[in-house]
Design a protein around this ligand. Structure first.
Ligand code: PGA
Length: 250
């Protein structure tokens, strides 16, 4: 089945509101919206409102938070709740990104609480999963990804507004991407787990990790890859516009 391709930009800790507006002015001047494609932008929390208001009225574009806490409000200095993100204009949240898991020590259990908070709050959840280099070399990639999925999705309704992003940790920001065939194999494993958990075939599974203009077409040539989650290469509006203009071959 052919799912619309989703191009998602993860800006990480870059682009304050003024820089984000300048980026979008240039990006929108270059971008030609087209059928069968949607976009997502995950700016820093401080830039969500600027990005959401600049993109208001554009079809098939969602703006999201890079992380949220599960608590609805309260004394949690530095954290962003789902309601705060939504109030700033977010329609989605990235959850369980490998930097949250491996730099900030987020556990599977915490990821699960965040996924539920995002979905209960009416936002789309983009759940990231992926193995470390040691796990890949030990041959446990599929087991790790399955554990992460089952932990994060336990008790989640199958009709949830959910996107999965497969991001091998060793490929993020390293210039070293998974080969399209390797990524596709993991995507098939993810699809099997999603199906076993009752999620519909329409659930998109993206690939992320050193995606750039030079490799995006070959990744999208794999029918299991429903889009890309892009860090470094999404920070340049010209490059990002070119990536988003890439059609699925064939
Ligand atoms: P990268 O980051 O494209 O810079 O490898 C991807 C991500 O972390 O989502």
């Amino acid at each position: 089945m052919s799912r619309p391709v989703l191009f998602a930009a993860n800006w990480k800790m870059h682009l304050h509101p003024g820089e984000a507006r300048t980026f979008l002015d240039r990006f929108l001047a270059l971008d030609a919206p087209r059928e069968g494609r949607s976009l997502a932008f995950f700016p820093s929390a401080v830039s969500i409102e600027a990005v959401a208001s600049r993109l208001a009225g554009h079809d098939h574009v969602v703006v999201g938070a890079q992380d949220v806490l599960w608590e609805p409000k309260g004394a949690f200095t530095g954290a962003t709740s789902v309601a705060l993100a939504r109030g700033a204009g977010a329609g989605a949240a990235l959850i369980g990104h490998s930097e949250r898991r491996h730099v900030f020590g987020e556990t599977d259990a915490e990821t699960a609480r965040k996924v539920r908070a995002v979905l209960d709050g009416g936002l789309m959840a983009m759940l990231c999963v992926g193995e470390t280099l040691a796990e890949r070399e030990a041959g446990t990639t599929l087991a790790v990804v399955e554990r992460q999925l089952r932990a994060a999705l336990a008790g989640v309704e199958a009709h949830a507004d959910l996107v999965i992003a497969y991001e091998p940790v060793w490929a993020i920001g390293t210039g070293r991407n998974a080969t399209p065939a390797d990524a596709a194999e993991v995507h098939r494993g993810i699809r099997q787990v999603l199906t076993a958990l009752g999620f519909p075939l329409a659930t998109r599974v993206l690939y992320g990790g050193s995606v750039k203009l030079e490799n995006v077409a070959e990744l999208l040539a794999e029918p299991e890859i429903d889009g890309v989650l892009v860090g470094g290469a999404s920070l340049d509006p010209d490059q990002w516009a070119a990536i988003c203009a890439t059609a699925r071959p064939g």
